[in-house]
Design a protein around this ligand. Sequence first.
Ligand SMILES: Nc1ccn([C@@H]2O[C@H](COP(=O)(O)O)[C@@H](O)[C@H]2O)c(=O)n1
Ligand SMILES: C[C@@]1(CO)OP(=O)(O)OP(=O)(O)OC[C@H]1O
Length: 163
Amino acid sequence: MRIGHGFDVHQFAENRNLIIGGVTIPYELGLAGHSDADVLLHAISDSLLGAVAEGDIGKHFPDTDEAYKGADSKKLLEEVAGIVRSKGFEISNIDSVVIAQKPKLAPYISEMCRVIAEALNVETGQVNVKATTTEKLGFTGRGEGIAAEAICLVEKMETGLSD
Ligand SMILES: Nc1ccn([C@@H]2O[C@H](COP(=O)(O)O)[C@@H](O)[C@H]2O)c(=O)n1
Ligand SMILES: C[C@@]1(CO)OP(=O)(O)OP(=O)(O)OC[C@H]1O
C-alpha cells in the first residue's frame, strides 16, 4: 500500500470559468492558469503521482507546452490514472479538501465526486471531497484564490502470477 499527497493553489481571475472537481460553478470570477485551472483535480493528480513516485503534473503536463493551454484537467486526471495502473497499482481511495472563502461549494460536492470517480474509473464511494473556508484569514480568506489538498491510497494489483 502506498500513500500520496497533493496541494495546489490558483488565483482568482476575471473572464475565466470557475471549474472545480470537473464541475463548472456559477460565480463572478474564475481561476487563472495555463490549463482550465481546476485546482482540485490538480491536487488529486499530484497525490496519485506522488503515491507511485512519478513526480508531479508539471513534469507530465508542462505549463510551457501549448498542448496544455486551456487543457481539460479531467483528461489529465484520466492520464494520471493510467500512469498509476501502468505502474501496477490500483486506486483505493481519495480524500480531499477545497479551501475557499467563496463561493459556497456544498451544492456541487456530490457531482464533483461523481466526475472524479468517473475519470479515475473507480466507484463514487472511493472519492471524498470536502470544503472549508479559512474564516476570512490568509489569501483564501481574503478571496484572492482557492487552494486544494488531496491524499490517496493505492494498492499493488494482484497479478495472479506465482513466482
Ligand atoms: N467554500 C465553501 C466553504 C465551506 N463550505 C461548507 O461550509 C462548512 C463550514 O465551513 P467552515 O469553513 O466554516 O468550517 C464546511 O464544512 C462545508 O460544508 C462550503 O460549502 N463551501
Ligand atoms: C496542468 C497544468 C498545465 O499547464 O496546469 P496549470 O493551469 O498551469 O496549473 P498548475 O497547477 O499551476 O500547474 C500544473 C500544470 O502542469
